[in-house]
Ligand binder design. Structure first.
Ligand SMILES: Nc1ncnc2c1ncn2[C@@H]1O[C@H](COP(=O)(O)OP(=O)(O)OP(=O)(O)O)[C@@H](O)[C@H]1O
Ligand SMILES: [Mg+2]
Length: 472
């Protein structure tokens, strides 16, 4: 279908003639008479031509800033252009993907609630001529929207709002995402390019599906959160032993939602004021991550009695990530209440959607206030590798769906606790040929070694028990 503008194309030659007459007319007729005739001729055209046109220029304002509306329309039209337009322009955006848009003087049709509209692209070439050896680009591009005047309200209101919203959403999806880290009270960033996805994450399929659905529902729930009067935020607590995929899952979340990541190192934050400043600076559509919350600061025991804390220190697991002395020597004065205030108060006042994710190896040591529902809405346990998780790893690492050695591995994983990180390490091909059989045998060997170790420690423990009961 062609734009109605085309149906009037044959009038071109007539218009050419009319323009000549108009030029003579402008020279010889007085201004007032001219403006009267202009007014009536436009009305006349209005009766004959039942369409409205709106032009969106690429550059606007005195300083010729790139128009946001133009770039949103460009994004919106990119998918329609690639299927409808005959002449396309290709460009690589963000060093990664090829983006196609319609070339100048192309046209595509669109439909909204049963109403047809037409988008045409064009360019004006500036008349100001400058002499230079380097060609100066004086082209001013625009998009022109044409629609029937009876549909004016629908198109100017809901349709254009829809185009801008969709266009901006496409821009967000295609943008280069960033990983921010704080150095004291300043954020610095690098391009975030972690390849983890939920497909490559080893985890029970049911659990994975539940998390994906939760995240997607959150990302689309702007109206819901507004209606119930809650800030558009959600807290996730990921807990489990080292190497079970907590950090990997955060990267997968960012990739799924297309959000930026803010990796907040609490030990580098001086006090609550600095914490507040950092958090206010975070942008919408982001995930704020505090890894190993239990050892980031002494946030775990502040609401408990001092005695309990002393007991805790005595029991401390030697493998815990930050020793007590080191933690005490940190100058940070961020407190548990500072962090809670931030989650409940100030942060909630920031516009836009944000996820906050805490990770820990010791969920039992965290203050209940920190992880109660409403602050950390979803608690996710990442655990040792079971057979379901193993199958995901085998698919990723070895492109294997099944194998005669799978039942042996299934039995062993039922008995032995091995983290997905350790299983993955054994599935990593060690030779160029990447022999699948060798990888699986390596894994079985490692699991059997673990099994032997486990049974010999059990025997030792039994012997000790026996010895001590004999002495009694
Ligand atoms: N569930 C998993 N699915 C896929 N790969 C995993 C999984 N768990 C661990 N891995 C692999 O092991 C490596 C370590 O995992 P990751 O850093 O996510 O663990 P973690 O739970 O964050 O550990 P820590 O508590 O020490 O921070 C990753 O690079 C990843 O390749
Ligand atoms: Mg981690």
């Amino acid at each position: 279908m062609y734009a109605p503008a085309d149906m009037f194309a044959h009038l071109g030659s007539t218009i050419g003639g009319l323009m000549f007459v108009w030029a003579i007319f402008q020279q010889y007729f007085p201004y007032q008479l001219r403006s009267h005739i202009e007014k009536y001729s436009q009305r006349l055209v209005g009766y004959v031509y039942p369409y409205i046109q709106i032009t969106f220029n690429e550059f606007t304002g005195e300083r010729l800033m790139r128009s946001e509306a133009y770039s949103a329309i460009e994004n919106y039209l990119s998918s329609r252009s690639s299927t409808q337009a005959k002449r396309l322009k290709g460009d690589i955006k963000n060093n990664q993907s090829l983006v196609l848009s319609m070339d100048d003087h192309e046209e595509v049709a669109d439909e909204f609630k049963g109403v047809q509209v037409w988008w045409a692209s064009g360019k004006n070439i500036s008349k100001s001529q400058t002499f230079s050896y380097i060609p100066i680009n004086d082209e001013k591009r625009y998009y022109k929207l044409t629609f029937h005047k009876r549909k004016r309200d629908l198109i100017i209101g809901p349709y254009l709002a829809h185009v801008l919203k969709e266009g901006n959403a496409i821009k967000v999806r295609n943008r280069q995402r960033k990983l921010y880290t704080n150095n004291g009270s300043h954020w610095s960033h690098v391009v975030f390019e972690h390849p983890a996805t939920f497909q490559t994450l080893a985890m029970e399929p049911e659990k994975k599906k539940d998390i994906i659905e939760d995240l997607m529902a959150f990302s689309k729930a702007e109206e819901f959160y507004a209606r119930i009067g809650r800030a558009w935020k959600r807290g996730y607590l990921l807990y489990g032993p080292p190497g079970t995929g907590k950090s990997t899952m955060i990267a997968a979340m960012a990739n799924l939602l297309g959000y930026d990541l803010y990796d907040l190192e609490l030990t580098a934050v001086k006090d609550n004021t600095e914490l507040r400043k950092l958090l206010i600076e975070t942008s919408s559509k982001s995930i704020i991550v505090i890894e190993d919350i239990d050892c980031s600061l002494d946030l775990t025991g502040q609401r408990r009695k001092r005695k309990e804390r002393v007991d805790d220190e005595e029991e401390k697991d030697p493998r815990e990530k930050v020793p007590k002395e080191e933690r005490e020597s940190k100058p940070s004065q961020v407190t548990l209440s500072g962090l809670l205030n931030f989650i409940d108060g100030l942060w909630s006042a920031c516009r836009g959607e944000r996820l906050i994710v805490f990770t820990t190896n010791h969920v039992e040591k965290l203050d209940a206030a920190l992880i109660r529902k409403g602050r950390m809405d979803k608690h996710i346990e990442l655990s040792y590798c079971n057979f379901e998780s193993f199958k995901v790893l085998a698919r990723n690492y070895l492109k294997l769906e099944s194998h005669s050695l799978f039942p042996t591995i299934c039995d062993l994983l039922g008995e032995i606790s091995m983290t997905p990180a350790d299983v993955a390490e054994h599935l990593m091909p060690k030779t160029l040929s990447g022999d699948v059989e060798i990888c699986l045998q390596n894994l079985i060997q490692a699991l059997e070694n673990e099994k032997e170790k486990k049974s010999s420690t059990e025997v030792e423990a039994k012997d000790q028990d026996k010895e001590s009961s004999d002495k009694i």
